[in-house]
Design a protein around this ligand. Structure first.
Ligand code: UTP
Length: 306
């Protein structure tokens, strides 16, 4: 019997060093795309897929993220008194019902695999989803829903994958396949950030997984992999041959908000997807591109005379 997926783990304990200075105090996952923190997109994607419980793996300084999903009586009362019903509704889109979300701490950012292992007690013996909230997927059908629909047929472990140029393999987890119908690939191996010459294919792992709880045992030994980090890719690789592991190509576009250019592109793409914003944003972006007017600001140090 294929057990349903009710829980999603969202690791948010990283340092976000590629996004500095924005992330010096503000968690990367709380940076906004248009008017929403990026982690809220992942939560909404999970809700659309029927997820009932949310587990955030957090660290020092991430309390603002938990507060974001909490009830905020003072703000709501204020908006209610002033008749700001639209604003109240907007604020409440970011609310998760009491008892449906919790957080566990990752004491040190030892890697994605370690972050997931930190949630083991709350995951228990159930299959679960892992969502890297700094990756946004603009899809007609929310990506996790696409995956859970496929999981209902396939069971086992399912990882979202997409083609990348071979020369980019060293940035991603890459998979080795032994059967591929164009949408679903049967995976016989996974390797984290291989060189282009070593990469078994051009299919890369993206930040959405459906996993069986046995993967947590593979993480028990805290074995460090590529970059000295405890890698989720290595733990899933240990399941191959014991459980089905599939890769799923998906319909939609991915934005890695940890990369500045993609974060900027995500803002434009999500604004263009909003009826009330798209005309204005299209006009502004077109004008920028047409006129080629790029104002290069003076270096800050010179401006403040240091
Ligand atoms: P990233 O590697 O993209 O995030 O991890 P990072 O480490 O915060 O960013 P950089 O590389 O320093 O810029 C993907 C997701 O996994 C979480 C991150 O918070 C992010 O949401 N993560 C990563 C953890 O929770 N713990 C870790 O040890 C590593």
């Amino acid at each position: 019997m294929i057990k349903p997926v009710r829980k999603a783990v969202l690791p948010v304990a990283g340092l976000g060093t590629r996004s500095l200075p924005a992330t010096k105090v503000m968690p990367k996952e709380m940076l906004t795309v248009v008017d929403k923190p990026i982690v809220q997109f992942a939560v909404e994607e999970a809700q659309a897929a029927g997820i009932e419980e949310f587990i955030f793996v957090t660290s020092r300084g991430k309390n603002v993220l938990e507060d974001h999903f909490d009830y905020h009586g003072e703000l709501y009362d204020n908006l209610r008194k002033r008749g700001k019903s639209g604003e109240l509704a907007a604020a409440r889109t970011a609310e998760l019902a009491t008892g449906t979300f919790c957080s566990v701490r990752q004491a040190e950012p030892l890697g994605l695999g370690h972050a997931i292992w930190c949630a083991r007690m709350i995951i228990g013996q159930e299959p679960f989803a892992v969502m890297l909230p700094d990756e946004l997927f603009l899809c007609r059908t929310p990506l996790l829903k696409q995956m859970l629909d496929a999981y209902k047929r396939l069971g086992g472990n399912l990882i979202a994958v997409r083609e990348v140029p071979r020369e980019m393999s060293a940035r991603y987890g890459m998979v080795d396949t032994n059967g591929d119908d164009g949408a679903i690939a049967s995976i016989r191996g996974l390797v984290e950030k291989p060189s282009p010459a070593e990469s078994p294919s051009t299919l890369s792992i993206v930040g959405r997984y459906v996993l069986q709880p046995e993967v947590l045992h593979a993480l028990d030994r805290w074995e460090a992999g590529r970059g000295g980090e405890i890698q989720l890719t290595d733990a899933v690789a240990k399941l191959v041959g014991k459980q089905p592991v599939h890769g799923m190509r998906f319909e939609g576009r991915r934005f890695d908000c940890g990369i500045k250019a993609e974060y900027v592109a995500a803002n434009v793409a999500y604004a263009l997807a909003r009826d009330e914003l798209s005309d204005d944003v299209r006009a502004l972006v077109t004008d920028l591109l047409d006129t080629g007017e790029a104002v290069t600001p003076a270096p800050l140090a010179a401006a403040v005379g240091t």
